[in-house]
Structure formats: structure tokens, C-alpha cells
Design a binder for this molecule. Structure first.
Ligand code: PLP
Length: 374
């Protein structure tokens, strides 16, 4: 096996601090009020950091979005707009609620949904848009919020990939009626599996909290509705809280990785990495590269050729409308969302593991340069 094959695609950075906090939960977090101690602490601190009133930890981000849509009463007959390029975890909640998924196009530079695409996708049945901060990139939030206000639709922020990002001084996670985060093992802070729903409105928070635990009032065994069981537990929350206490270090490492890629690839013309336009900060969950057309390089060709050098990579998000899960409607949707199809066909993700070394980044960049000069 070459050194490259051992190079990880993604993964966390765990220290003795996390070990100590998790051990505390393991030893002491079972009886009385300590049973949910770290869940409540993590929820409160994470919400405060994002200038939100309330946090609800969930088993993952997919369930956080589902809980929110249910809490908002979105259901059959309603349309919800999502960007065509994102992970299916952003959109699955719409199907869970038996609402209709509407795919909108993305921007060629920041790869998020645009205000123009949002406006084009709105119909009288549109209830909400799920805006995704893709790869940590910030969309045109002012423009999106303006369109949503004009058409009276709810804005939901899927900030799963945007921990540490900012738009005009406002943290990702503060936009719209509510936002969600993922603590999947590949994310900037991890609980293995885990997620968070952040909300400002007290009644929406109470409704989502009720829906999260079998439709009962906390502390009672009396159920008012049949709902979900999307509860978190102390052990995962302890890991999340300990990681959260190191947020600057973890986001700093992600930005360091992105800067290393930028420096080493700066002599290659006509490629685009995650942008950071003025007035934004990019938390860069993962560095993605989109090859300019002059390279004649596709996503699939690049991944194949990088693997010949033993280098890991992942595809840029496929347009959801092209996937079997959504009826393989690529032929129709490449005209409706041309940017999503175009960018996705030319993009890959580079390794974003938090234990990456400079030598490993050098090796990936060397391989990338070789395949582009072939
Ligand atoms: C943009 C986006 N939304 C949602 C999700 C779903 O997160 P989870 O795996 O925690 O359910 C992910 C995770 O990979 C994601 O990247």
C-alpha cells in the first residue's frame, strides 16, 4: 500500500480533553439531573454562540431538519425548495413529511442557491426554502431573505457544513426561522452521529421539543400525540460539548488546510476552490475544486486518475434531480438547473481530515498537478 492509500478523506481531531469530558459523562451522567446534563449544556452554549435563543440536539442533522419541518406543520400539498446540489440529508425531510421537493439552481462561484433561482422556483404552494451553506460557502443571504420576505415563505438554514462561517459579521446558523448542524464523524466538530436544531421562536421550540420525545410533556409518561423519538444522549453530547470548547482550534485547522491547498495550487490557472468574498468568513468544512473548462477534466476522470496515485477524493455533490432517489430526471433538469449540472460534473472534494499533515497536502497537490498536466 502506498502512503497515499493511507491518506484519510475525512475524520475528527480528538484530544485528551474530549476523553476527560466523555469519561465524566460515562462515570457520572446516569442518575438524577446528570442524565441529560451535557445535552442541556451543549444545547444552551451552542445556541448562545450562534445568537439563537434555543438549541435542540438530535440524532443527526437529517432528523433535526425533519423535526423542524414537522414542527412548522409542513406536509402534503406543500412545496419546499432546496438547491439541486447538496447532500440528500438536506432534502430527505421533505419526502418524510410527504411534501413536494422542488430543486433550484446554484451559483457558479459560491455553489449555493441564488435569489434568482429561488424566485423562479416559487409557486403559490411554496411554504419554505432550505438554503444550504455548501462546503462552508456563504450564499447571498441578503438577496435570499429579500425574495423570501417578498413571497412570504419560510427560510430554513442547513448549516451542516458551515460551522465557523460568517456573512457580514453574522454567524452561519443565525439565518431564517431556524438552522441545523451536523456532527457526523466527518464534520468539523463531531459526536460520531449527531445534529443540532437552533430556533429563536419560543413556541416553535416548545413544539419541536415535544415532537422530539414521543409527544409527551417532559417528565411525564402521558402521550398527547404519536411523534418521533429523536432524543440525544449525554455521552454524545459530552463529546460534542468538549469539541465545541475547541471550536476555534478546529475551524482554524480547516482554514489552514484550505489555505495550504490554495497556496500549493495557486500556479494552476482556471480552477476554483471554496471562495471567501469580502464580508464573509468561510469555515471550509471541506475544500472542493472545480476545474475550469480549459482543463477538459471531469469529476469522474479526476477521481479515477487521483486514485491511480493513491489519493482520496469524493465527487462534488451530484444534482439531486439526477439521482435514482428522485427519479433520475437529469435530462429534464439539466435545462432547468444548468449551473448545478455543469459545476457538479467538473468538481471534486479533496481530503478534509482534521489530522492532515503538510506532507499529505503536498502529496495530494502534486498528484492533482500531475493529472492536470497529463
Ligand atoms: C449539507 C448537509 N445537510 C445535511 C446533512 C445531514 O447530516 P447528518 O449526516 O448529520 O444527518 C449533511 C451531512 O452530511 C450535509 O452535508
Amino acid at each position: 500500500m502506498s502512503a497515499g492509500q493511507q491518506l484519510p478523506m475525512a475524520g475528527p481531531w480528538i484530544t485528551e480533553h474530549e476523553e476527560r469530558v466523555v469519561l465524566d459523562a460515562l462515570r457520572n451522567g446516569w442518575y438524577g439531573k446528570n442524565a441529560y446534563y451535557y445535552c442541556e449544556l451543549f444545547e444552551a452554549e451552542f445556541a448562545k454562540y450562534h445568537d439563537r435563543a434555543f438549541g435542540l440536539m438530535t440524532p443527526n442533522c437529517t432528523t433535526a431538519l425533519h423535526l423542524l419541518l414537522a414542527g412548522l406543520g409542513i406536509g402534503p400539498g406543500d412545496e419546499v425548495i432546496v438547491p439541486d446540489c447538496t447532500w440528500v440529508g438536506s432534502s430527505a425531510c421533505i419526502t418524510y413529511q410527504r411534501a413536494t421537493t422542488v430543486f433550484a439552481d446554484i451559483d457558479p462561484h459560491h455553489w449555493c442557491i441564488t435569489p434568482q433561482a429561488l424566485e423562479r422556483a416559487i409557486t403559490p404552494r411554496t411554504k419554505a426554502v432550505i438554503v444550504v451553506d455548501l462546503y462552508g460557502n456563504m450564499p447571498d443571504w441578503d438577496g435570499l431573505l429579500e425574495v423570501a420576505r417578498k413571497h412570504n415563505i419560510l427560510v430554513i438554514e442547513d448549516a451542516a457544513e458551515a460551522l465557523g462561517s460568517k456573512y457580514k459579521g453574522v454567524r452561519a446558523g443565525k439565518f431564517g426561522v431556524a438552522s441545523t448542524f451536523s456532527f457526523h464523524r466527518t464534520k468539523t466538530i463531531t459526536t460520531g452521529e449527531g445534529g443540532m436544531l437552533l430556533i429563536d421562536d419560543a413556541s416553535l421550540y416548545e413544539r419541536c421539543k415535544f415532537l422530539r420525545d414521543h409527544g409527551r410533556k417532559p417528565g411525564t409518561y402521558y402521550n398527547y400525540e404519536v411523534t418521533f423519538k429523536y432524543m440525544p444522549f449525554n455521552l454524545q453530547a459530552a463529546l460534542g460539548y468538549a469539541q465545541f470548547q475547541r471550536i476555534d482550534e478546529l475551524v482554524g485547522k480547516k482554514r489552514w488546510i484550505w489555505n495550504c491547498y490554495r497556496e500549493r495550487l495557486s500556479d494552476i490557472p482556471d480552477i476554483a476552490l471554496n471562495p471567501e468574498p469580502p464580508n464573509t468568513v468561510n469555515g471550509v468544512w471541506c475544500t472542493a475544486v472545480v476545474f475550469g473548462k480549459s482543463h477538459n477534466m471531469t469529476r469522474d476522470k479526476a477521481m479515477h486518475e487521483l486514485s491511480e496515485y493513491g489519493m482520496p477524493s469524493r465527487p462534488f455533490f451530484y444534482p439531486l434531480s439526477s439521482l435514482p432517489a428522485y427519479g433520475s430526471r437529469g435530462e429534464t433538469y439539466q435545462d432547468i438547473n444548468p449551473v448545478a449540472y455543469d459545476v457538479s460534473a467538473r468538481g471534486i472534494n479533496l481530503s478534509c481530515a482534521l489530522n492532515l499533515t503538510e506532507a499529505q497536502i503536498d502529496a495530494q497537490c502534486d498528484a492533482l498537478k500531475r493529472i492536470l498536466r497529463r
